[in-house]
Design a protein around this ligand. Structure first.
Ligand code: GLU
Length: 394
């Protein structure tokens, strides 16, 4: 299988990338942190020790930690039900977040390592000024030598404003601060070539060169107790990080020395090499943080110009507009056949675009009675979403 890297070569890549990693985001899931009657303090103690060690080597580390709902649930003895109301989960998160931070504060104090809490929703990341404020706060915490501990602000986030899962939140943070590496600690050992439960030939995949369809299909083969969604969101997260030039890791969070092992070159878990191209931070924000307010269907010529020639999108190439949006809104662009190939910020509202679609840019002023720009989306505000097409276009 082509996506896998030869064992020896993979070992070399991994070691080089771990040696060079200065900024690291570590995400740890509820399944790793939950103990029988609350939080597993032994696991939290191990994490604190290993992260403090990484900090002592000059690395800047952010911890993205789940576990608030699980901690609140166990403290209050509320059993999980599939019909659980959102407000119950939010109340459990409010209760558990304090317990979670208390546990971290105590565990890190043993190593004289300060920590700080940051709670975020998608709304905090989708507004550019708030996004930049979060980034500035994180940089300042690094200057103080503090480890930021981030979780989704479950208590206030309604469905539409949620990031939804901490795998994605961690990837957004990784790209926001330009971290070199994103480490996802979970309750599985990593990806295998098949489901080890029902296929004895299944082998662990140590190093992945590129996340293609084969790798994505393997996510369903993971034997995670969190269910298949768990591995799928991790692979998606690794793909986002690869697109911005970072590497990712998925591995067993309860292994006592997991971080030490990783940084000293042991072959554990699954490692994802960075993509060949590096999307700039602002383009990452446009393409991966912002959610589309609408869709533009492009003709084949426009698709080619955008994907292969690095051009801006002109009104002549837009066939159809879906959704209602204002100037500056984020939209996704689709090619004939339905593939989403790019995201961008529009220079015209959906109402005006409806009037100028398919027309030459020179006709804009006459049709609309005003003129802002030749382009529907300028190249500077446009990001290709498919990694393969990006490679072709550079
Ligand atoms: N924010 C949730 C919690 O702290 C977890 C979300 C997730 O695991 O993805 O419990």
């Amino acid at each position: 299988m082509t996506f896998q890297v030869d064992y020896k070569e993979g070992l070399f890549f991994r070691q080089t990338l771990f040696d060079q990693a200065k900024r690291v985001v570590i995400k740890v899931g509820s399944a790793v942190l939950a103990g029988q009657d609350g939080l597993n303090l032994e696991v939290i103690g191990n994490l604190a020790r290993q992260i403090s060690f990484l900090c002592s080597t000059g690395r800047e580390v952010i911890l993205v930690s789940s576990g608030a709902v699980a901690a609140g649930r166990r403290r209050l003895g509320v059993t999980h039900s599939s019909h659980e109301k959102l407000r119950v989960k939010q109340a459990l998160a409010a209760m558990g977040q304090g317990l979670l931070m208390q546990a971290y504060e105590q565990a890190f104090a043993a190593y004289n390592q300060h920590v700080a809490q940051i709670l975020l929703t998608h709304a905090d990341l989708s507004q550019r000024d708030r996004y930049l404020n979060v980034r500035n706060t994180l940089s300042t915490l690094f200057e103080f030598g503090v480890v930021p501990i981030i979780n989704e602000n479950d208590t206030v986030s309604v469905q539409e404003l949620r990031v939804g899962d901490n795998d994605t939140l961690g990837a957004l943070i990784t790209n926001m601060i330009g971290a070199d590496m994103y480490i996802m600690l979970t309750d599985v050992d990593g990806l295998c070539t098949a489901n080890p439960v029902d296929d004895i030939t299944a082998k662990p995949i140590y190093t992945v060169a590129q996340i293609d369809e084969t790798i994505e299909s393997l996510a369903g083969n993971s034997s995670s107790l969190l269910g298949t969604g768990g591995m799928q969101s991790k692979i998606r997260a690794a793909k986002m990080v690869a697109a911005c030039g970072g590497s990712s890791f998925i591995g067993p969070g309860r292994k006592k020395e997991i971080l030490q092992e990783l940084f000293s070159g042991n072959q554990v878990g699954t490692f994802f090499l960075p993509g060949n191209e590096k999307i700039k931070e602002r383009k990452h924000w446009i393409g991966y943080v912002l959610r589309p307010a609408g869709f533009l269907d492009l003709d084949a010529g426009a698709c080619n110009a955008v994907m292969e020639q690095g051009r801006s999108l002109l009104p002549s190439g837009v066939i159809r507009i879906e959704g209602s949006f204002e100037v500056g809104a984020p939209v996704h662009c689709r090619c004939p056949g339905g593939n989403i190939i790019a995201a961008g910020l529009v220079n015209y509202s959906s109402v005006d675009l409806e009037k100028i679609r398919g027309k030459k840019s020179s006709a804009i002023a006459e049709i609309l009675g005003f003129y802002d720009s030749d382009e529907v989306i300028h190249r500077d505000n446009l990001v290709l979403l498919d990694q393969n097409s990006q490679k072709k276009s550079m």
